[in-house]
Design a binder for this molecule. Sequence first.
Ligand SMILES: Nc1ncnc2c1ncn2[C@@H]1O[C@H](COP(=O)(O)OP(=O)(O)OP(=O)(O)O)[C@@H](O)[C@H]1O
Ligand SMILES: [Mg+2]
Length: 307
Amino acid sequence: MGSNEVMIKIESLTKSFGRIKALDDLNIEIKRGELLGIIGPNGAGKTTAIRMACCILKPDFGDIKIDGISIHEDPIRIKSMIGYLPEEPNLYERFKAKDLLKYFAELYGVPKNDINRRIDDLLELVGMTERKDDRINTFSKGLRQRISVARALVHDPEIIILDEPTMGLDPATANSIRDFVRNLKGNKTMILCTHYMAEADSLCDRVAILNKGKIIDVGTPDYLKSKIHGDVILKVRIQNLDVINIYKEQIMKFASVAAVDFVDGEYLISLKYRNEMSDIVDLFGNNVNSINTKEPTLEDVFINTVK
Ligand SMILES: Nc1ncnc2c1ncn2[C@@H]1O[C@H](COP(=O)(O)OP(=O)(O)OP(=O)(O)O)[C@@H](O)[C@H]1O
Ligand SMILES: [Mg+2]
């Protein structure tokens, strides 16, 4: 960690599929040892961008340099440097789990003496030791995902790119994958695409928000959270819903109020500061059902930025 060396440099990356512009002049640098999260709505271009970094898809324009090597220059070398978990892993159905990992370990040139230990460690990590002799086609969705994670890591790559690694996993397995990623932090350069905002928040050094093929913001989770108005969100649930518009007008008159939303019977009031909180609550009088406050989360950032 602490190195300022650029490991992945994405330059003017542009790609269209017919009339759809999947990536629109994308630029970002990722430092050695950094974990960059990419979040963004469905169809934003996350998977397209990382498929290009993995040399599976070519850009219309632009370049990605991995440790100084261009994707146009030496895709085979780049592929060997990257462990990639695709969005929809394509596994060899008839292989036994351990044989699949062995096959990829050999393909990637893992030293013969290391292969068995490496495979055992990975099977343990993803909780698949007991299923190692079963065939892939007998596995459930989540078990396939676990084997795919192990496959991505089998050659101990310098760079790890994970496209929604915990999607479809039970909470305990998802947590063990997150712990594993956390343990690698600093030693590997990583990109993580996810729709789980708490996952991005807890794991990533920086998070890029991608929308319509462009990065609309990037920074540490704290920086992104601090940018959405307010250091606190006041949540007021009311009983009588007939008067919501009148309240809204009155709430907006307070100088501390940055935004007001009404969702599922509850006001979400973003405050720039806390001094007026009790005066705002007083507005509702006896019509209050419950009052809560919460700190802004990355989910709030997402919803605010992408809307
Ligand atoms: N092979 C393809 N042919 C045609 N259109 C494609 C292809 N791959 C991606 N697209 C389109 O490009 C856009 C970006 O897709 P991409 O898969 O990169 O999005 P994403 O951000 O990964 O979304 P999600 O969160 O749903 O995984 C979408 O509009 C998608 O339909
Ligand atoms: Mg995707």
